[in-house]
Design a protein around this ligand. Sequence first.
Ligand code: NAI
Length: 329
Amino acid sequence: MASPIRVAVTGAAGNIGYALAFRLASGEVFGPDQPVHLNLIEIPPAISALDGVEMELDDCAFSTLAGVTKVDSDHLEEGFGDCNFVLCVGSVPRGKGMERGDLIRINGPIFTNTGKAIQAAAAKDVRIVVVGNPCNTNCLIAMNNAPDIPRDRWYAMMMLDQNRAKTQLAQKSGQPVSSVSKMTIWGNHSATQFPDYFHAEIGGTPAPEVIKDDAWLQNDFIPIVQKRGAAVINARGASSAASAANAALDTVKSIISVTPENETFSAAVCSDGSYGVDEGLIFGFPLQSDGATSKIVQGQEHNEFAQQKIDATLKELREERDTVKDLLN
Ligand code: NAI
């Protein structure tokens, strides 16, 4: 058997972490012949909950699980040691009456330490997926605190938005979700994101030509996707967890697979100035991977409506960057 891939998950005893660990261990992501070693990281008071997660992992008897290391967040270098993938899920959730800016300032320091420890200890080929919100700006902070890690290794998760958008288009058109392709979420993982239905396809045909209902696409589809997280919280009394974990795994799968020529996937990556987005911002783009590295797909044209949406989400990310300026090395 191959030597194990090491995957670190922060916030591993939380709702998303709990849903992630078992699927990572099961062989679903890296294949049945690839052992996985899990480094599960939590804040000290949650370490005993991790003991329970480890017991349950043992009780699954996964043949692909090579081992589990539990680490508290005061020892991040140990937590990220030799890791090939780091899934940054742990962060402080938004509380009542808390503004987005407050949350950014609270979580920012977590991600300065995360960036430094990844640089100091992770494997040379490390890829990082940031899930904890505000994920684009958390990723920006971590990346800037790890200047020796190539910038194309950093991803913030837009896949949950992509999957939500795909299902909305599938349900509206009466087509299977597998027929929806090229669904890009531009910008920030927030209510300003732009789910770009103009470039999405259903069965290879542009989505607007299949759906033939521009008013629905503009006035219903976009806000449904933008506000889906809040709708789940209202219905479930807790934020998306299983679907978020699923999206994190879909992101890893997309990164390690060669993207089919007629497909793209969504994640926020470090802008190289493409599409007028400031270099260095972590921005949701259409991507294609060669199985190791992802590139921003070039040449998509945007009409005035779409450009306005992209400009709005860009403005928000610039403001978030300015809020954490002192944390960017
Ligand atoms: P949760 O509160 O159930 O779990 C978070 C876990 O992180 C807790 O167990 C907590 O102890 C741990 N934690 C806190 N600070 C930590 C630190 N410094 N180091 C390590 N662990 C730490 O929250 P849940 O539902 O698992 O969500 C986690 C994050 O994911 C939240 O920020 C949430 O907003 C975000 N999220 C992102 C989505 C996306 O699409 N990007 C979708 C859904 C949630």
